[in-house]
Design a protein around this ligand. Structure first.
Ligand code: PLP
Length: 406
């Protein structure tokens, strides 16, 4: 199956607009993707017809809201091949999911003298919570190094893993480099020393088919807004046995079965980790986004995105003065670069005036910038709705920026 770019673009109403009199070329998909009409409709329909609180109502609207909310959970369980809906915890996003694991699981399982191993290409959200945990309990944070291409140095993994390693945190696809990491291999090696593994799928989940059972990862986290879904909702997928043994992350309504002033009995999974009124419309929109991706299918997504990345990469390689940051053999959809003589932020501003939306900065991955000795990069990131014409617009705008800065 192939992607019909015209019909896919027609699914995203926001793409059909001009910015500063130029057609919008939205190339900031690693920050957040645009939303198809079906996702917008699912949220609108919920607020138009079904809005009510979930789980505790006895009326028709509450029943419909609960069915839609729990239906979304089932879609997510099936999409990632979780064993059951009990393994699917809604969170605000990847960041909250990692913080949940670091606080709840880490608080009980990581002790003085233990080690947490992450990699040099993690997003800040998969660095800082572990750093805070390690500081708090007196554990050590270790970092698997990367090479000049922006790949993990896998040869170093075995010597960094030991019986002291309690958890390995690894990004499946780097937002700053585009690198796709061999997470299955990392999980296998980490399990061999008894460590648990958290996979950060914030970038990967829209581009790669993920089967959490086949991967055998202990924790998988992602955000809906990078998968054509709404902001403010994401998911923690975790093995039931681990979730069962973990203490709640937050206390409040919905996460309890029985409360007295002396004692509280916590609710079943996954509700034990969902205190308070959840993001109901967000979950429903997330479910619609999952349907949308499933309808297109990962074979078609993968083929199209590979084609587009190859097209953009060949232009980048031929572009004088452009240095690509991140040239891993296995990579997807991200073109991070610096242009000689032009600061990435100036580049971003000039490109914006040409209708080309990219990201400029450290991409919440400062250690990656430190490794490559750059203050920031410009980053174009592609999605299923991007066209070759938009890639051309990027390079035409880059040429213009180069001319302006002499
Ligand atoms: C690799 C990676 N991890 C984590 C995050 C954090 O995601 P969120 O801000 O949706 O919680 C991002 C967001 O850019 C990311 O790219």
């Amino acid at each position: 199956m192939t992607i019909d770019i015209h019909s896919v673009r027609a699914d995203f109403p926001i793409l059909d607009q001009q910015v500063y009199g130029r057609p919008l070329a939205y190339l900031d998909n690693a920050a957040t993707t645009q939303k198809p009409q079906c996702v917008i409709d699912a949220i609108t329909n919920y607020y138009t017809r079904d809005n009510a609180n979930v789980h505790r109502g006895v009326h028709a609207l509450s029943e419909r809201a609960t069915a839609a909310y729990e239906g979304a959970r089932k879609k997510i369980a099936d999409f990632f091949n979780a064993k059951s809906v009990r393994e699917v915890v809604f969170t605000r996003g990847t960041t909250e999911a990692i913080n949940l694991v670091a606080h709840s699981w880490g608080g009980v399982n990581v002790r003085h003298g233990d080690e947490v191993l992450i990699t040099h290409m993690e997003h800040h959200s998969n660095i800082v919570p572990w750093q805070m945990l390690c500081d708090h309990v007196g554990a050590t944070l270790k970092v698997l190094p990367i090479n000049e291409k922006g790949e993990l140095i896998m040869e170093a993994l075995d010597e960094m893993l030991s019986g002291r390693t309690k958890l390995v945190g690894v990004v499946q696809m780097s937002n700053a480099l585009g690198t796709i990491n061999p997470v299955a291999e990392i999980i296998e090696r980490a399990h061999a020393v008894g460590a648990k593994v958290l996979v950060d799928g914030a970038q990967a989940a829209a581009h790669i088919a993920v089967d959490v059972q086949a991967l055998d990862c202990d924790f998988y986290v992602t955000s809906a807004h990078k998968m054509y879904g709404p902001t403010g909702i994401g998911v923690l997928l975790a093995k039931e046995g681990l979730l069962d043994a973990m203490p709640p992350y937050q206390g409040g309504g919905d996460m309890i079965r029985m409360v007295t002033f002396e004692k509280t009995e916590f609710n079943d999974l996954p509700y034990k980790f969902e205190a308070g009124t959840p993001n109901i419309s967000g979950a429903i929109g997330f479910g619609a986004a999952i349907d949308y991706i499933s309808e297109i299918g990962f074979d078609a997504i993968h083929a199209r995105e590979k084609e587009l990345l190859a097209y953009a990469t060949s232009q980048a390689e031929a572009f004088k003065g452009l240095r690509l940051i991140g040239t891993a053999k296995e990579k997807a959809c991200v073109l991070s670069f610096v242009l000689e003589g032009v600061h990435p932020h100036d580049l971003g501003t000039i490109l914006d005036r040409e209708g080309v939306a990219i990201r400029a900065g450290h991409h919440c991955a400062m250690p990656v910038m430190q490794f490559f000795k750059v203050p920031a990069t410009a980053r174009a990131s592609f999605s299923i709705y991007n066209s070759e014409a938009e890639v051309d617009a990027l390079f035409t705008a880059l040429k213009k920026a180069q001319e302006i800065f002499g």
